[in-house]
Design a protein around this ligand. Structure first.
Ligand SMILES: N[C@@H](CCC(=O)N[C@@H](CS)C(=O)NCC(=O)O)C(=O)O
Length: 238
């Protein structure tokens, strides 16, 4: 047995999905169990920073295989290589990267939804982002045969795209009605045994809400969105 592979995998982040969520889905699709380390206070963040495990002083942090991984895009690609989910040739790897990059742009709108002043604003933003990216994803998926978007078989691009689509669906349940291939892809990925087990587990956080926004601001000691009461409450005045 490999000693580093026996050490628990630990994912450090706030009490919510945010920029750690794609990594959670990639751990899940690989069938890798992990321990959630949910930071709740600025002191906990300071203590983590003092360990020297954060090369850029940022979260998330993934401890795996004796390494400290920073940057969510690096984490998903590390897990894609580890799980053979990066296509079978250079073209498929390139498509995986292109789709994952577009997905990161697309997912940002869902990630920012809880920070918007109203649900209506968040849903309108999602509608605009989907109008830009949704038909392009649908076209690419169909051109690639309809089952997977970047390679001949499942790649990390399918996983991160399904993660983003799942967030969109939570906020606007009919959003995939006009893109049946994308809707089928999302269903296939959430039915993958590793992903399904993760989604039913305590490691899966609920849809981000105002409490999540407050939790992040408290840990980072930064201002809340201006529409929230006492928006400067966590900012340390020097
Ligand atoms: N591109 C990075 C972004 C990391 C990032 O901005 N993390 C935020 C929390 S979501 C953070 O640690 N902010 C504190 C800081 O930058 O000092 C990633 O995807 O991992």
């Amino acid at each position: 047995m490999n000693a580093t592979r026996d050490t628990p995998v630990r994912l450090h982040y706030f009490r919510g999905r945010g920029r750690a969520e794609t990594t959670r889905w990639m751990l899940a699709v690989n069938g890798i169990d992990f321990v959630t380390v949910a930071l709740a206070t600025p002191e906990e963040l300071a203590a983590l920073r003092a360990t020297g495990k954060l090369p850029f002083d940022q979260l998330p942090l993934l401890e795996i295989d004796g390494r400290n991984l920073s940057q969510s895009t690096a984490m998903i690609r590390y897990l894609a290589r580890r799980g053979d989910l990066y296509g079978d040739n250079d073209d498929e790897a390139l498509w995986s990267d292109m789709v994952a990059g577009a997905t990161a742009d697309f997912a940002e709108t869902a990630m920012q939804a809880a920070f918007q002043p109203t649900q209506a604003v968040a849903v309108a933003n999602l509608g605009r982002a989907f109008a830009k990216f949704g038909p392009r994803f649908e076209e690419r998926l169909i051109a690639n045969g309809g089952d997977t978007i970047a390679a001949r078989r499942l790649s990390f691009a399918d996983v991160v795209l399904a993660e983003a689509l799942t967030s969109y669906l939570e906020l606007q349940p009919d959003i995939l009605d006009q893109t049946p291939a994308l809707a089928a892809l999302q269903r296939r990925v959430v039915e993958h045994p590793g992903i399904a087990a993760y989604l039913a587990s305590p490691n899966r956080w609920p849809t981000p809400d105002a409490q999540y926004v407050i939790d992040v601001a408290r840990v980072l000691q930064r201002a809340l969105p201006p529409h929230m009461p006492d928006a400067e409450r966590f900012v340390v005045k020097s």
